[in-house]
Write a protein that binds this ligand. Structure first.
Ligand code: SF4
Ligand code: SF4
Length: 371
């Protein structure tokens, strides 16, 4: 670990291979109303528009030699002009999290500056449109357009795995489209109401069966020398091959911070309302940090899981039983990847794939690794 000293006197411990990820809320407004989150952020959580000057943001991150800035919302492309202004003024590696509806409105020069573009899509068309409305064709058209302009960064399909998701079919659907470099998902658990699932225990069983199928498929693809961009599998393999994942793996509160439209600094971007999540503000710097609590540190797969998610670790909204049920999904996924690990090592030894190609993510790109 190395020390990263901030100009305003804060100290962040960061792992040497990574710089800090700054997740910037460009607005709380959204042009969709998906079933998971209901659309625009309530103004009581943060103002809809950025209230601090660019100069303050620049000052806040100026000592970071290799910052990563991710645009977030709401829907960040509703404030394209503000996004371009920041990109013009601050030298950084850039990431965009978008619902994809307005990707075709971003100028080519800006699009090509992104290292990663994460686009929300849940899998098959009927499933995506059940959760997100009639967006599928437009999102696919826009992602195809980005591909055609020689974009050479990551194009990551960002799924929510909900009650209707068939994890094998939906991930394979997105992979087979051939327009995304990676697929990444989070389970719609704990941050949603438990009533979103008729029978979550049953869902976990089906999901785990899907993960088994998917890991077999993943290994079949690896054997051909290709690295399938299935983010959770790559993230778990990385921990097995290179050492522990950060805790939490998304970096929330340590390697990653979120900056609200009114300049507050949060550990995790999805819950601005919780007191434990507030780390400081961009005017006076970071005054405290937050970290994963028990039982994770005692867990036998902590080095891989890292406590999974700071928010769900802190807010046991489904109680201990719900928390443990989600852990069953993690344990199963880690176990399936551990089963193929000896064969993966053999593929590396035989030169079919390089060990280096299994480093994912290469930097904090807002993927959450453990679903
Ligand atoms: S599997 Fe569960 S208990 Fe174990 S580290 Fe992950 S979240 Fe924590
Ligand atoms: S994984 Fe959890 S803690 Fe990390 S960004 Fe997502 S919701 Fe926040």
């Amino acid at each position: 670990m190395v020390k990263y000293q901030h100009k305003i006197g804060l100290h962040l411990n960061i792992t040497p291979q990574f710089s800090v990820l700054y997740i910037i809320f460009l607005t709380g407004k959204c042009n969709l109303k998906c079933r998971y989150c209901g659309g625009s952020l309530d103004e009581s959580l943060m103002p809809s528009e950025i209230e601090y000057p660019h100069s303050q943001l620049r000052k806040f991150i100026e000592d970071d030699r290799d910052p990563v800035i991710a645009f977030y919302g709401g829907e960040p492309l509703l404030r394209k002009k503000r996004m371009e202004e920041i990109m013009d003024k601050i030298q950084a590696r850039y990431v965009l999290q978008t619902n994809g509806i307005y990707l075709d409105r971003v100028k080519r020069d800006y699009l090509r500056r992104f290292s990663s573009i994460l686009v929300s899509i849940d899998g098959r068309k009927d499933l995506t449109e059940y959760y997100r409305g009639r967006v599928y064709d437009r999102v696919i058209r826009n992602v195809t357009m980005v591909n055609k302009m020689d974009y050479d960064g990551e194009l990551i399909a960002r799924m929510v795995a909900g009650e209707r998701t068939n994890i094998f079919s939906d991930v394979m659907h997105l992979m087979n489209l051939g327009i995304f470099t990676h697929v990444h998902w989070q389970i719609d658990a704990i941050w949603s109401g438990v009533e979103r699932f008729k029978d979550f225990s049953r869902w976990v069983k089906d999901y785990n069966e899907g993960i088994t199928l998917l890991s077999k498929k993943f290994f079949e693809m690896l054997k051909t020398g290709k690295i399938p961009g299935i983010v959770p599998f790559l993230g778990v393999l990385k921990a097995f091959l290179y050492g522990p994942n950060p805790s939490p793996p998304c970096g929330a509160g340590k390697e990653a911070v979120a900056i609200t439209t009114d300049g507050r600094i949060l550990a995790c971007p999805i819950c601005p309302e919780f007191e434990w999540n507030l780390m400081g503000d961009i005017h006076s710097g970071i005054i405290r940090r937050t970290s994963i609590l028990d039982p994770c540190m005692e867990c036998k797969i902590f080095d891989v899981c890292g406590g999974r998610c700071l928010f769900t670790n802190r807010e046991r909204l489904w109680g201990e039983t719900g928390f443990r049920m989600v852990c069953r999904t993690v344990e199963h996924l880690v176990n399936e990847i551990s089963k193929i690990l000896p064969e993966v090592k053999r593929l590396v030894k035989d030169g079919v794939i390089s060990k280096k190609s299994l480093i994912y993510p290469g930097f904090y790109n807002t993927t959450e690794i453990i679903p």
